[in-house]
Design a protein. Structure first.
Length: 71
């Protein structure tokens, strides 16, 4: 697994997951429950992981949908 996205925006992970699922790319959200423990403050980032072989295509899909990626 390789990290695709890291964000404190609680709406971005579900949106990115839906986009990638629609393209047949499996995702795994990490740290989702840790972020909700802090309430709606959003201090702890959530991460979205994909398989290494899907990473390049997943980045392109998110870029095409105006989801900014660092790095």
């Amino acid at each position: 697994m390789k990290e695709l996205l890291r964000t404190t925006d609680p709406t971005l992970i579900p949106f990115a997951t839906a986009l990638l699922d629609g393209e047949g790319i499996e995702t795994f959200a990490m740290d989702v429950h840790m972020s909700t423990l802090e309430g709606s403050i959003g201090i702890l980032p959530q991460r979205l992981m994909v398989r290494r072989e899907d990473h390049f295509r997943a980045r392109a899909i998110l870029r095409d949908n105006n989801i900014g990626l660092d790095g």
